[in-house]
Design a binder for this molecule. Structure first.
Ligand code: NAD
Length: 519
């Protein structure tokens, strides 16, 4: 790690409740309804990616603190589970209002800690807010099923009940949206929640926890711990945690899925991606090129749904020079600067890794048509910036194709036909998202049906499903069997209890033991 200057000024809007104002500010834990300073001696610095100045430190919570957090969730569970669904809904209704009122403030925190542009950070909060809004329809989402008169005097009905203590482990790239996929859905179903935000972007989660408390969530219903591997292992192993929601890389997610499952927990894990945009020659050129550039380079490519691979089919390969022209025009700057289209990568290590992968393209025979590695951003010379980069002539055995780059790099491949393009996409192990650009309905339909990817866009470059649906990435982009949010999210955070009941009138009661299975 390099020597980093401590940020001289902490923005005044940094809420003091969850952030102490010592010389190097420390992020607090949220345990049993209180924002408390950790007693740990292990801290992790986190930085403003546009300057690499230290913003603050997150604690690696001690075992005692993590145990206290689970104990608090456990104590809060029985009464929270028994709280009427209408009361839980009321809290969420207040919560969505408070998130709306504070959306810009949360977004500023995201830009400071994560680097994305303010407008994009507002989108981050907004897409999470939509999940909270949808969770307000819990009163109908939680309804069970009934079947009357299954036999004489007998009815069957099922309840959807909470699991107990659930836990979430979040990545750095959507500091608000992804935590909001997790605890609001779990809590509205009657679970209590232990959240571990990404150690690189803790602020938004802390802010959102404060807003939830202000909405009336009882103490202990949400607890927050910080840390890395030890916190993750703690979550995977603690017997009182019933379910884990994870979003992040394959490396961490496959490990967590395996370890959590082995311990008898439900685990849902949204993982990495390599998303292909198939460009047909009949597509609307103007619209398609704009969509490709936006979806490849927006958020500096640090989205699991970034459209990071373009497959140009047939004559569409002639559009490459125009694609490059458009990408060149994007403005790279610190996320809080007016007019910025994309900001920095999260860390110097992330930048170095992406530069390495770009370099591998040259070595392995691809051409770099646009190279953003040497970019200088005035006033932010120490930031982790890479400008839009386009690598063409890419083949499926190259490193830049096999790896998820997670930077502002668009890899361009060519195909002679739709069928060839479909085969390329299906041969790739990931199944998160894909898009086809065409004006032909039959082409779009064929692609949507044959492509083995969980989220498909037809002239929509980033087809993230709205919260009444679920986030349905597939194959190597997902582990588990029940997806995030929507009906699947409700299923994940509940278990069914089925009740078979018989009420006979006096005159039809049994007169002798029934010793055979009823037929
Ligand atoms: P990451 O896996 O490094 O970190 C995610 C979380 O896991 C963090 O809380 C971190 O503390 C913890 N963690 C990291 N390494 C660990 C390890 N070895 N053992 C145990 N825990 C560990 O991911 P990231 O860099 O924060 O996020 C980027 C990745 O997330 C990309 O691969 C991206 O595609 C993926 N992602 C996927 C989705 C999706 O919905 N499919 C959404 C967003 C991000």
């Amino acid at each position: 790690t390099q020597m980093l200057r401590v940020s001289s000024k902490i923005p005044t809007w940094y809420p003091a409740t969850f952030f102490s104002s010592s010389s190097v500010p420390t992020v607090k834990l949220f345990i049993d309804g209180k924002f408390v300073e950790s007693k740990t001696d292990k801290w992790i610095d986190f930085h403003n990616p546009a300057t690499n100045e230290v913003i603050g430190r997150v604690p690696k919570a001690t075992q005692a603190e993590m145990n206290a957090a689970v104990e608090s969730c456990k104590r809060a569970f029985p009464s929270w589970a028994e709280t009427s669904v209408l009361s839980r809904q009321q809290i969420l209704l207040r919560y969505q209002q408070l998130i709306k009122e504070n959306l810009k403030e949360v977004a500023k925190l995201i830009t400071l800690e994560q680097g994305k542009t303010l407008a994009d950070a507002e989108g981050d909060v907004f897409r999470g807010l939509q999940v909270v809004e949808h969770a307000c329809s819990v009163t109908s989402l939680l309804m069970g099923e009934t079947m009357p008169s299954i036999t004489k005097d007998m009815d069957i009905y099922s309840y959807r009940l909470p699991l107990g203590v659930c836990a979430g482990i979040a990545p750095f790239n959507f500091p608000a949206m992804i935590p909001l996929w997790m605890f609001p859905m779990a809590m509205v179903c009657g679970n209590t929640y232990l959240m571990k935000p990404s150690e690189r972007v803790p602020g938004a989660t802390m802010f959102l926890a404060k807003l939830l408390q202000d909405s009336g969530a009882p103490d202990g219903t949400l607890n927050i711990i910080h840390g890395q591997h030890e916190a993750v292992n703690f979550i995977c192993d603690h017997p009182d945690i019933k379910a884990i929601s994870f979003v992040g890389s394959n490396q961490a997610g496959e490990y967590i899925y395996e370890r959590g499952s082995r311990n008898g927990k439900r685990v849902q894990a949204n993982l990495g991606a390599k998303n292909h945009g198939v460009v047909m020659p009949d597509a609307n050129k103007e619209n398609t090129l704009n969509q490709l550039v936006g979806a490849a380079f927006g958020a500096a490519g640090q989205r699991c749904m970034a459209l990071s691979t373009a497959i140009l089919v047939g004559e569409a390969k002639k559009w490459l020079p125009e694609l490059v022209e458009r990408a060149k025009k994007l403005r790279v700057n610190a996320g809080d600067q007016p007019g910025a289209d994309l900001g920095p990568l999260i860390t110097p290590q992330a930048k170095e890794r992406v530069c390495h992968i770009i370099e591998s393209g040259t070595k392995e025979g691809a051409s770099i048509l646009l190279d953003g590695r040497k970019i200088k951003v005035k006033g932010y010379e120490k930031g982790n910036f890479i400008g839009p980069t386009i690598i063409s002539g890419v083949k499926s055995n190259m490193t830049c194709y096999k790896e998820e780059i997670f930077g502002p790099v668009l890899v361009v491949m060519e195909a002679e036909s739709l069928d060839e393009a479909i085969k390329m996409v299906n041969d790739n192990p990931y199944g998160n998202g894909t898009a086809i650009f065409t004006t032909n309905g039959a082409t779009a339909r064929k692609y949507s049906h044959l492509v083995d990817v969980g989220q498909v866009g037809v002239n929509v470059p980033i087809p993230v499903p709205l919260p009444m649906f679920s986030f349905t990435g597939s194959r190597s982009s997902f582990r588990g069997d029940t997806n995030f949010y929507g009906k699947q999210g409700i299923q994940f955070y509940t278990q069914l209890k089925t009740i078979t009941s018989q009420w006979k009138e006096e005159d039809s009661l049994l007169s002798a033991p029934a010793v055979v299975m009823p037929t």
